[in-house]
Design a protein around this ligand. Structure first.
Ligand SMILES: [Zn+2]
Length: 266
């Protein structure tokens, strides 16, 4: 049973109301301890591993654990999946607080985790440090916030994997989105993007990188999962306050950008 530990007492998650749940810290959600070892998401993580294998990546197997958001820590080939996907009760809270639950369905989850595995590929083989990578995707050192950008909805220079034309947020995101399309066994990218020359060039380049590095051992061994939710002492209440504030800020910034696209966003 999924329980939460509050003031030394284990309470079943199903029996807890929002107010009490919000007073808990992430580290009180004891059932998050597992690195997705079992449960309904295990099959989806295994699917990622089989997709990577099928794409020609025999060595890259990112460690996956629960964190506070979708995330691949800089320099480490591991993936944090947000804690709220661990249990329907937490998804209900996420929905009540944020109005949507990113990665709720299996298809959406796979798009997100393939995207994060693209960042892992870069962390493992450091491909974004090459001149060729910058020529294809742009400057990876550009400062950015992933929630503030103004996409061109008609552009055929970028693949489409996550909603919101996310490849246009930053060169690193463009790379991760391109990687996600390649490792999706159903993307049929050679046909789908054949009349999108810039996107096709990126896809062909990433396919070449996979052929080059696919059988090599990643540069870095997995480090301890510093971003694991069970290490976090922040309460759900302060976490949501922070996220709601950031969301409001991003909405306002995007609307300012719409009016003046040359504004600096960071
Ligand atoms: Zn990303």
């Amino acid at each position: 049973m999924s329980e939460i530990l509050l003031r030394g007492k284990a309470i079943p998650l199903e029996k807890i109301d929002n107010r009490v749940l919000l007073s808990a810290r992430l580290c009180d959600l004891k059932f998050l301890k597992m690195k997705l070892e079992k449960g309904r998401l295990r099959g989806l993580v295994d699917k990622l591993y089989s997709d990577l294998d099928q794409a020609g990546l025999s060595q890259l197997r990112p460690t996956v654990y629960f964190g506070d958001e979708w995330f691949s820590p800089e320099g480490i080939p591991s993936i944090a999946v947000p804690f709220y996907l661990a249990h329907p009760r937490l998804m209900a809270l996420e929905s009540a607080m944020m109005n949507h639950v990113e990665g709720r369905t299996p298809g959406w989850f796979m798009k997100l985790i393939r995207h994060e595995s693209g960042h892992c590929f870069d962390h493992a083989y450091r491909v974004s440090q090459t001149k060729k990578w910058s020529q294809i995707f742009g400057n990876p050192e550009l400062k950015y916030r992933p929630d503030i950008y103004l996409p061109n909805r008609h552009s055929k220079d970028f693949v489409r994997n996550l909603p919101g034309f996310y490849a246009q947020a930053h060169p690193d995101e463009d790379f991760a989105e391109t990687f996600a399309v390649i490792v999706n066994p159903k993307s049929n990218w050679e046909k789908k993007y054949r009349n999108w020359p810039a996107a096709f060039e990126k896809l062909s380049y990433v396919a070449d990188l996979i052929r080059k590095y696919g059988d090599r051992k990643p540069h870095l061994e997995d480090k301890p999962d510093f971003y694991n939710a069970i290490r976090m002492r922040t309460t759900l209440s302060s976490l949501y306050q922070k996220r709601i504030k950031a969301k409001k800020y991003a909405t306002k910034a995007v609307s300012n950008l719409t009016e003046n696209p040359h504004l600096s966003i960071v």
